[in-house]
Design a protein around this ligand. Sequence first.
Ligand code: HEC
Length: 204
Amino acid sequence: MRVLVGLICLGLFVLPALAADKIAGQVAKLDFSEEELFKIGETLFNTEGANTCLKCHGAGGHGGDQVGAADLRHPRTWRSYQALGGDEAFNADKDAFLANMETIIHSLIRQGAPIWNQRFAKSHKDIKLDWSKVTIPDKVDKYNSMMKGITSGPMKKALKAVGKELAGNGKKLKSSRLKDVAAVASYMYVRSFDDGSDKAGVFK
Ligand code: HEC
């Protein structure tokens, strides 16, 4: 009996670790410091040109050109935050909530919305999304396909340059790992925009 209880307790700790985000898991193996990742995220986000994070979202995450682009200072207004259950779910279990948000957004940035919309739910049945809780005027059960993440031409080019620089510093990554790094790094940078207002205070 005692062994059984022990095993169940162990399961409670081990299972969330197993369910953790695959993209983050790949990047964790690569031995980057937080500072290095943050710098990569900063470089990628601030890439100039059409169809870039900067162009659509604006410097500091707001005031960009793309209609309907999320205000990156205000995570409580984001589709993922609301579809995961909003404040109630966030307050009930912050760690689990943020882990799910990370899984959603890493994959959104890496694949872009059109692919995310087709694939995410099928490969992540453990993450429950209730799209009826979304207050964004367009309440559909998917992301706006303009959210291209790193999939646009200019972002791919910027990522290639980052890859070249890393290779020059002795860290040669294959393209899929580089995309994982880009997703984790740019999401890390985006979290620094949280302005602590009543629409924010999720990451800080
Ligand atoms: C071509 C324009 C465009 C580009 C490029 C773009 N985004 Fe977005 N982004 C959007 C739009 C539009 C939304 C709102 C999506 C929605 O609510 O359906 C969005 C939403 C988001 C969100 C909120 C996700 C959520 O759960 O609601 C994050 C975070 C984000 N973008 C980060 C990024 C990062 C980082 C990059 C660059 C690597 C990037 N975006 C590139 C248009 C863009």
